[in-house]
Design a protein around this ligand. Structure first.
Ligand code: GDP
Length: 453
């Protein structure tokens, strides 16, 4: 499935090659593919529709800058919009810089209320957050469980709280959750805790009694953070759960757990859209330190199944001297592309960290496709070709057709290679020249894009 997706994405990037701006026509086909990518990542259908409509508005009429093709530009718009949709925004509605954090700006103790279904990872996340607050923000943290229905859940919180190095407030299963939480709050005040994290009971599915209970807890505690904990593996089902919790509580943030699983992470987009709350943290292992600030940019790439392909595109743009590429394109048009230019192209590739570095940035599935290729060898080969070109005279480089048997022998000796290798280089140059003529200029950029897409 993953490789089918990457195939589709690279096909769609090719479809739009050579067009100067994103138009109604070319955008429609691309967005169909993006829609599929999102559905495959388990984003809920209404959310996908909504998202696509927004991207369409943003993308239409966009000029394609520099070396980007409309295909790449649109993938860029989609990626940015995805990241914007999932992450935290500042007052201007722009993506907030830096990692997400919990808001503790209140008279201590700051109360954090944990909400979510049973098994979502609330208890685990409570301990992870406690550890995070102790270590990163030097806070004194108290935890308490409102899950009076499952004594085992209370015990579990006790255990993981100890692992986190925080303190735990005991709860009696015979007491009411609101009373327990208020007693914990009182204790936290009197003992100068900075933060109280309240774990709550979850059910296997939404039910009214559960919602009433957590609403009562919210009203009594007035938490500064109300976090909805949701399992990334839930996929489409996450939407209904999120809608119910979002309707019951003013959620301030989302924790997406089990991102270490093999979900494509589409739940992030659905849950964010339905609740309007930003995703603040991601759970990435069962262990107590398996919590990360949510990285919307990276997650958007995961949802689209693109790995670091966008980083690659950027790298290619950075590494390639645009002015030089244009000069090359001009030369190809006028038939003046010679071996000097060929050597320049090879050196350009090396400037970008060589083939190996480029390969590392490709999504896993593309790497697998290229699996057989031996990058070290390819790299040595590239260096050798540049060496051969450097052994030629200026005239030979400009007019490779002059290079006959005796010149070949001299060049081979100069570069320390066999004559066959000089032949091979000349053949490759011929092929390259032919290819570039067909591409009507911009050969280097296109070649790079072929590597990237
Ligand atoms: P609760 O019922 O919402 O309190 O859920 P728990 O905290 O008991 O977690 C349910 C299960 O999910 C436990 O087995 C946890 O170890 C596991 N879990 C929680 N968060 C993560 C995570 O980020 N990654 C993985 N792999 N497992 C997690």
């Amino acid at each position: 499935m993953a490789s089918a997706l990457s195939d589709r994405l690279s096909r769609l990037v090719k479809t739009m090659r050579g067009q100067a701006r994103i138009t109604e026509d070319n955008v429609a086909e691309m967005l169909r593919e993006v829609r599929m990518a999102l559905l495959e990542a388990d984003v809920a259908l209404p959310v996908v529709r909504d998202f696509i409509a927004r991207v369409k508005l943003k993308a239409l009429g966009q000029e394609v800058v520099g070396s980007l093709t409309p295909g790449q530009a649109l993938v860029g718009v989609v990626h940015k919009e995805l990241a914007r949709t999932m992450g935290e925004l500042d007052a201007n509605g722009e993506p907030k810089a830096g990692p997400s954090e919990l808001n503790l700006a209140t008279q201590p103790p700051a109360v954090i209320l944990m909400a979510g279904l049973q098994g979502a990872g609330k208890t685990t996340t409570t301990a992870k957050l406690a550890k995070h607050l102790i270590e990163k923000r030097k806070k004194k943290v108290l935890t308490v469980s409102g899950d009076v229905y499952r004594p085992a859940a209370i015990e579990q919180l006790k255990t993981v709280t100890a692992q986190a190095g925080a303190e735990w407030f005991p709860s009696q299963p015979s007491d009411k959750p609101v009373d327990i939480a208020l007693a914990a709050l009182d204790h936290a005040k009197r003992h100068y805790f900075d933060v109280l994290i309240v774990d709550t009971a979850g059910r296997l599915a939404i039910d009214e009694a559960l919602m009433a209970e957590i609403r009562a807890l919210h009203a009594a505690l007035k938490p500064i953070e109300t976090l909805f904990v949701v399992d990334a593996m839930q996929g489409q089902d996450a939407v209904n759960t999120a809608r119910a919790f979002g309707a019951a509580l003013p959620l301030s943030g989302i924790v997406l757990t089990k991102l270490d699983g093999d979900s494509r992470g589409g739940a992030a987009l659905s849950v964010r859209s339905v609740t309007g709350a930003p995703i603040k943290f991601a759970g990435v292992s069962e262990k107590i330190d398996g919590l990360e600030a949510f990285d919307a940019e990276r997650h958007a790439g995961r949802v689209l199944g693109m790995g670091d392909i966008l980083a690659l595109v950027e790298e290619v743009q950075k590494g390639v001297d645009l002015a030089q590429a244009q000069k090359l394109a001009e030369k190809v048009k006028t038939g003046g592309f010679d071996l000097n230019d060929y050597a320049d192209q090879l050196l350009q590739m090396r400037k970008m960290g060589g083939l190996g570095a480029l390969m590392d940035k490709l999504p896993a599935q593309l790497q697998a496709q290229a699996g057989g290729a031996d990058m070290d060898r390819a790299e040595r080969e590239m260096r050798r070709m540049v060496g051969i070109i450097h052994s030629m005279t200026a005239l030979e480089r400009r007019k490779p057709e002059l290079i006959k048997a005796s010149r070949k022998r001299r060049i081979a000796t100069g570069a320390g290679v066999q004559v066959q290798e000089v032949n091979r280089l000349l053949n490759q140059f011929d092929q390259m020249q032919g290819m570039m003529k067909k591409m009507k200029g911009g050969g280097l950029m296109k070649m790079m894009k072929r590597m990237g897409g």
